[in-house]
Design a binder for this molecule. Structure first.
Ligand code: AMP
Ligand code: GLY
Length: 442
């Protein structure tokens, strides 16, 4: 690693606290711990993977126990709190901690609206001239259905609020779209569905550009792609993500420059105009249209999962330096982010039945063997039961490997996956099929 981002002397040692319990949080804790400057990580509540990391321990508090988290951070001299999931951000964890002089990586409640309200986010995009699908917002079913009838299918129906990734219907037929509207106003998503955004269907390839920002400067991380659908060939129900890889060659250097000037920079400026000091991750979910133009499908206020499990192993700049620079609003003074050459791929192992109902408690074997191949096994939904690690979620593990090419990274990841077993383990065998044979992406 060169001297990129070396601010030793400026920062000193840091104890960090990571909020969340998924593969994203395991990957964040793992990456932070690679820096000698990080003396300890506390994960709230963490999972079986974070429990096993050296210099890391789990603290059994809920992610929305702001008071408990603040008290712990103050008493234990925590120098950085990193918030993984959107829910606590949308509920104002960053505001709560910042008011108590605790350094936080993650936007305020006002900033998190970019994810917690699709209508708010669309409005911001419109105001900033950010390319996105044409959309209308409705607060009752009748006018929404009339609008659907004028537009026809395919069309996309979205619950306005946070719905754990289940609020979006990409409707191939008008009747599917009408059912989605009726389900939302019928209460399927609770308060999140009391407003509905109906938007133009976009075709093309999706990509995730996660950018770090201190509210003034915004810099993209290595671009990634994930596979949202459960079935091979990108078919079947939408999930949180069944695999990811980076840096995707779909986002060329020229396209990234356009994304910077047409999407990221205008978004930060529009947030500033609304008086929002946004520090953390701005995640642009993009559709690259068949004409090669980037259009925003959604913004998120946090790291993508599993994307970050493929991005972090490539990042050479110490992660805490980037995060502290964002939290302390000095990202503009940080040297350019340094990246390892080559590629990374992450394969998600899920419990049978996911994203529907699934069982828990199955013992998992082979994690050590998988890691002995050089891969990283990030725990998404596991817990420790005595000495045994058992499945405890729909997405159970994310297995990431790096390689000089996508071909190598993908094959290394599958090689590691083949060491792991638990009853009913399911994973897609075609992760990265679009980029196999395209070299390394950089
Ligand atoms: P969102 O929660 O807004 O990211 O939507 C979830 C998924 O639905 C996206 O990752 C896309 O695969 C799909 N999607 C959302 N909006 C559109 C759109 N306007 N056109 C096509 N697909 C979409
Ligand atoms: N992998 C998609 C997301 O994190 O929203």
């Amino acid at each position: 690693m060169g001297c990129a981002g070396d601010l030793s002397g400026v920062i000193g040692t840091v104890k960090a606290l990571v909020v969340g319990s998924g593969g994203r949080e395991h990957a964040l804790a793992w990456r932070l711990l690679q820096s000698k400057r990080i003396t300890e990580i506390i994960c709230v509540p963490g999972n079986g993977g974070t429990a096993a990391l050296e210099r890391c321990r789990n603290l059994p508090l809920a992610v929305d126990d702001f008071e408990g988290i603040a008290r712990f951070a103050l008493v234990n001299n925590i120098g950085l709190v990193v918030v993984g999931p959107e829910q606590p951000l949308a509920e104002g964890i960053a505001d709560y901690l910042t008011e108590r002089n605790i350094t936080v990586f993650g936007p305020t409640k006002a900033g998190a609206q970019i994810e917690s309200s699709k209508a708010w986010s669309k409005d911001l995009m419109r105001e900033a001239g950010i390319p996105t699908a044409e959309a209308e917002v409705f607060s009752e079913a009748e006018s929404a259905i009339k609008y659907l009838q004028t537009k026809g299918a395919p069309i996309v129906v979205k619950a306005d609020g946070l719905a754990a990734g289940k609020g979006v219907t990409v409707a191939a037929t008008l009747s599917e779209a009408i059912s989605a509207v009726e389900a939302a106003f019928g209460g399927q998503f609770g308060a999140a569905g009391q407003r509905v955004v109906i938007e133009e269907y976009l075709s093309g390839q999706e990509a995730s550009v996660l950018a770090v920002t201190d509210g003034l400067t915004i810099r993209p991380l290595a671009p990634a792609q994930d596979h949202k659908q459960i079935g091979e060939g990108d078919t079947g129900a939408n999930t949180g993500g069944m695999g990811a890889y980076a840096p995707t060659p779909v986002i060329t250097a020229d396209l990234m420059e356009r994304i910077q000037t047409e999407v990221l920079q205008p978004a930060i400026e529009a947030l500033q105009q609304r008086g929002i000091d946004y520090r953390g991750i701005l995640y642009a979910g993009l559709m690259i249209t068949p004409q090669g133009d980037p259009k925003v499908v959604e913004f998120n206020c946090r790291f993508g999962d599993p994307e970050i499990q493929a991005v972090l192993p490539l990042l050479e700049t110490p992660l805490e330096e980037v995060m502290l620079a964002c939290a302390q609003q000095r990202l503009g003074t940080l040297p350019p982010l340094a990246w390892r050459s080559g590629a990374a791929a992450c394969i998600v192992l899920a419990a049978q039945g996911y994203p529907g109902s699934y069982s828990k408690g199955m013992p998992i074997t082979g994690i050590d063997q998988a890691e002995s191949t050089g891969a990283y096994v990030f725990h998404a939904g596991t817990k420790k039961q005595g000495e045994q690690t058992v499945a405890n979620g729909g997405r159970v593990l994310g297995v990431t490997a790096i390689g000089d090419t996508f071909e190598a990274a993908i094959s290394n990841a599958y090689n590691a996956v083949s060491c792991i077993e638990f009853e009913g383990a399911y994973y897609r065998r075609d992760i990265g099929y679009r980029v196999k044979g395209t070299g390394s992406g950089n």
